[in-house]
Design a protein around this ligand. Structure first.
Ligand code: GDP
Length: 724
């Protein structure tokens, strides 16, 4: 059976109009895993009875234990529509927002996303977050409304009330699409019941419906309700046979999601900033299997036998074992591809060759991170994958047994490759390394993985918050002089306005080497003039660098060094060596020595670094702290206890939605106060509440805490009193 499946997959692999690359995104518990298993079962890969219990895609121990899907894994399967086989490459994506990084990375590989939304709960905070991530990568959504059986059996809705409930969810999802989709798709990508881009059903009972399917097969809402109310036992059987979930949903997937070639035509110009007229540019736009091979890694798993297994999207060309490829970063190292395979749930099937437009796996390339580009020629890599939330919580981690010291360094490098939204700082001298993640739970999951899967016993420190350094006013023009006094740089630093900051926060770190219309448009939207936007040469950690000198002959020869130092200070600012945030750094003028020997890094680096730091210190510098917007939910009687908890944690209530049964409270809490929140919340609500992170912001740390926290961080980092 499996062999046959592989043969059918291989047959279609080079025919794009019969390929769809898709992901499933949802708020936790809305049924993403149950739906994935159903689709795979429908494709004949696992038995139908087991679907929903087996969790094919959940294979990390930790995920099984917590019952949530953390890592994106992928599977290729066949769906037959009107007598024609289609290849569906499905990437599984996590539902918990602390691990939002995986969703972002998976979206690079796919062209369409099924948004799962529970019919009873409706849209939830993460429905919005994951949809936003998909739309940013120009991934087209369709909506699947799940758990409709509960609407009938528990909520006992009439057909009219049920339709009204669906319309409410559809309206909300369309509002999100309108808000986050790129301009040209705001209207076009609206989901609609009539054309089948909205499907509803029960993943649990293996059925689903869309309006086109209902019309074609003469099924009505009343049939669905009758099936549950007249004979409960038979309900599943009748509906499952008349309208199997995988058939109805995958029909919609094939109809509404673009094939890889259609998708690449509009996705490539925004995800890749090379020359679209070049050989590789044309190959990428056309998903041309005969062009250079260009592959973007979206997931790395370190396998004890196969080594680094890299899954990603092949955007052009072909990949074969034995082929020589470059990893397009740093020194463009060359590797030989050892194996090429397609995934079949947790199983890998080796293949001789794969074509452009598919999601595939390779081994043989070392030190590749998710987001990196691998290609058969040296060329412009893809845009860095921008994670929606920054790592803001750090723990020190060290090996319990001294004998494990070297192994821990290896393991930390591995987990970093597997999850690049982590930040890892290795200190081989002290053996005490730093690991930063998006929240306490994110780090706990990683720690457990290190202990259990990688077999290294570790001890960790309590969590520490990562702050941001920024300025509150414009600095004077500051001169930075090189040690030989022959080179001078004139720099000014100022805060970004809120509307500009909102835009810059969404941009990946980058150096701008050539005209980039997308970037200029974005900056203009934030209020910058076209003239100035053209002079933006780098973006780092939501800070902008502008090169505004005029007529300096050798500026081109030193500018990369200037940007090196811009990035350096934006990683470690002068207040407490915390990252910079929300600033514009402008190089207004420079005096350079005629002879390049006298303006090397030894001269340029200290001059520029000191000038930026001094300018920041003269611009009213302050610490900002990470703040999480959270949604708390519990039976109404606990509302008082929850607001009390929020107030005790320097929190601010933003919104309260309450009826006689449930209270939903949205609040803002400093990350520093969220450690241990799970346990406190559980005891405040008798274990009957839940909470989710909705968004992450940075806000100014209250004045009275500024000096205290700066001193704490400086002491921890061992910085001398006047050391910048
Ligand atoms: P995920 O967190 O989005 O992956 O959600 P799961 O697939 O793990 O589902 C969460 C819970 O909802 C599980 O207990 C499922 O059995 C249940 N569930 C999923 N789909 C349905 C459905 O269509 N109807 C009902 N009644 N329960 C469902």
């Amino acid at each position: 059976m499996a062999k046959m499946m592989i043969e059918r997959i291989l047959e279609i692999m080079n025919q794009y109009d019969r390929i769809r690359n898709m992901g499933i995104i949802a708020h936790i518990d809305h049924g993403k895993t149950t739906l994935s298993d159903n689709l795979i079962a429908g494709a004949g890969m696992i038995s139908k009875e087991l679907a929903g219990q087996l969790c094919v895609l959940d294979f990390h121990e930790d995920e099984k234990e917590r019952g949530i899907t953390i890592d994106a894994a992928n599977v290729s399967m066949i769906h037959n529509l009107d007598g024609q086989d289609y290849l569906i490459n499905l990437i599984d994506t996590p539902g918990h927002v602390d691990f939002g990084g995986d969703v972002t990375r998976a979206m690079r590989a796919v062209d369409g996303a099924v948004v799962v939304c529970c019919a009873v709960e409706g849209t939830m905070p993460q429905t919005e977050t994951v949809l936003r991530q998909a739309l940013r990568e120009r991934v087209r959504p369709i909506l699947y409304i799940n758990k409709v059986d509960r609407l009938i059996r528990e909520v006992k809705l009439t057909p009219e009330a049920m339709q009204a409930r669906f319309m409410e969810i559809i309206k909300k999802v369309n509002q999100f699409i309108y808000r986050y989709a790129p301009e040209e798709f705001k209207e076009k990508w609206q989901v609609n019941v009539l054309d089948g881009s909205v499907v509803f059903g029960s993943a649990f009972h293996n059925w689903a419906l869309s309006v086109p399917y209902m019309q074609k097969n003469k099924i009505s809402f009343k049939d669905v309700i009758d099936a549950y109310t007249t004979n409960e036992e038979n309900a599943r059987e009748i509906l499952r046979e008349k309208a199997p979930l995988h058939v109805v949903l995958l029909n919609s997937v094939i109809k509404h999601f673009p094939n890889p070639k259609e998708a690449q035509a509009y996705r490539i110009p925004h995800l890749w900033h090379g020359d679209l007229e070049s050989e590789e540019g044309k190959a990428l736009i056309n998903a041309d299997p005969n062009g250079p091979a260009v592959f973007v890694a979206t997931k790395i798993v370190v396998d004890p036998h196969a080594g680094e297994v890299i899954t990603g999207r092949l955007f052009s060309g072909k990949l074969k074992p034995g082929m020589e490829v470059y990893l397009l970063k740093d020194n463009n190292n060359k590797f030989r591809i050892q194996q090429v395979f397609i995934s079949n749930g947790p199983k890998r099937e080796l293949v001789e060759e794969v074509d452009a437009g598919n999601i595939v796996g390779i081994t043989g390339v070392k030190d590749c991170f998710a987001g990196d580009t691998v290609a058969t020629k040296i060329m412009q890599p893809f845009e860095e994958i921008k994670h929606i939330f920054d790592p803001v919580v750090t723990k020190a981690i060290s090996a319990k047994k001294p004998g494990d010291l070297p192994k821990l360094v290896e393991v930390l490098k591995q987990v970093h490759k597997e999850d690049p939204s982590l930040k890892i700082e290795i200190n081989e001298e002290t053996g005490q390394h730093l690991i930063s993640g998006m929240g306490e739970l994110h780090l706990e999951v990683i720690e457990n993985r290190i202990r259990r899967e990688k077999n290294v016993d570790v001890v960790t420190s309590p969590p520490i918050v990562v702050y941001r350094e920024t300025v509150r006013k414009e600095s004077p023009l500051v001169e930075g002089k090189s040690p030989n006094k022959h080179n001078k740089f004139y720099i000014r630093v100022m805060p970004l306005k809120p509307e500009m900051l909102a835009i810059v926060r969404e941009l990946p770190n980058q150096r701008v080497n050539k005209f980039n219309q997308d970037l200029i448009n974005a900056l203009q939207k934030g209020g910058m003039s076209y003239e100035e936007a053209k002079k933006v040469k780098a973006i780092h950690n939501a800070n902008i660098f502008v090169e505004a000198t005029r007529g300096i002959v050798h500026i081109g020869e030193v500018i990369e060094m200037v940007i090196d130092m811009f990035e350096d200070v934006m990683k470690q600012g002068p207040l407490a060596r915390e990252p910079g945030f929300g600033m514009k750094v402008v190089l207004e003028d420079a005096i350079l020595h005629e002879d390049s020997i006298h303006r090397g890094p030894g001269q340029v680096y200290p001059a520029v670094r000191d000038a930026i730091k001094q300018a920041m210190l003269q611009a009213d510098p302050v610490l900002f702290e990470p703040v999480q917007v959270m949604q708390f939910e519990a039976p109404s009687e606990y509302m008082g206890a929850i607001t009390k908890l929020i107030n005790a944690k320097r929190g601010v209530v933003l919104n309260i939605d309450q009826d006689e049964y449930r209270a939903v409270i949205e609040a803002k809490l400093p990350v520093a106060e969220t450690f241990g929140l799970s346990a406190e919340f559980r005891s405040a609500t008798g274990g009957r509440g839940t909470f989710f992170v909705v968004d992450q912001l940075f806000e100014m740390l209250p004045f009275e805490l500024q000096q205290k926290i700066i001193k704490q961080i400086r002491d921890r980092k061992g910085l001398a009193e006047n050391q910048l």
